[in-house]
Design a protein around this ligand. Structure first.
Ligand SMILES: [Zn+2]
Length: 186
């Protein structure tokens, strides 16, 4: 049998699976994409998929997704991202789902607009005005940062309407911050 190869998560070259440093681009410390995930995360995730604790599965997937983003290992990120979204959708974990659907535009990845549209439609469907406001704020933040574009008047009015309810104490504020333990601290 020949040597096992994998893809470098930085330069996409095929390199020996056990490389500690990429011979092509020099990326240090376990440069093969997926390797850290397969070894450290996937075994628990496989067990959790078979179990009946969706929150545990969501937490494990979220940790893997977060770690993938820190490396960054885009191969793992996109794979885990899809599974994470489907666990959130299936088990109606609305706050996590809406936060996650908006992640793409926080990184200025514009092709994720369909996710943001899903987030906005969902927040309205379930009547969660706090989540609706959060989605508007992400959209407006993106448009302002990238295009110096302000929101249309009806959206500004809608945001003010929801903010007034928060101020009056009728509604909580949804203001999560990305952190490895953001969903487990609660
Ligand atoms: Zn490389």
């Amino acid at each position: 049998m020949g040597e096992k190869f994998g893809t470098c998560m930085e330069c996409d070259e095929e390199i020996p699976y056990d490389s500690e440093q990429c011979p092509e681009c020099g990326l240090d410390g376990c440069p093969v994409a997926y390797r850290w995930y397969r070894e450290d995360h996937e075994p628990d995730i496989i067990v959790a998929r078979e179990g009946d604790d969706p929150e545990l599965l969501a937490n494990l997937l979220f940790t893997a997704w977060y770690d993938a983003g820190s490396l960054p290992d885009y191969y793992v990120m996109s794979e885990v991202n899809e599974e994470l979204l489907s666990v959130y959708r299936e088990h109606k974990m609305y706050e996590r789902l809406i936060f996650h659907l908006c992640q793409g535009i926080l990184d200025n990845v514009t092709e994720d607009w369909m996710y943001v549209e899903e987030a906005l439609a969902l927040s309205k469907d379930i009547g969660r005005e706090d989540l609706e406001l959060y989605v508007y704020e992400q959209i407006d933040g993106f448009n302002w940062t990238v295009y110096k574009k302000s929101p249309p008047e009806h959206i500004t009015a809608r945001k003010e309407e929801i903010r007034a309810k928060i101020k009056a104490g009728e509604l909580g504020q949804f203001d999560p911050h990305l952190a490895p333990d953001m969903w487990t601290e609660i």
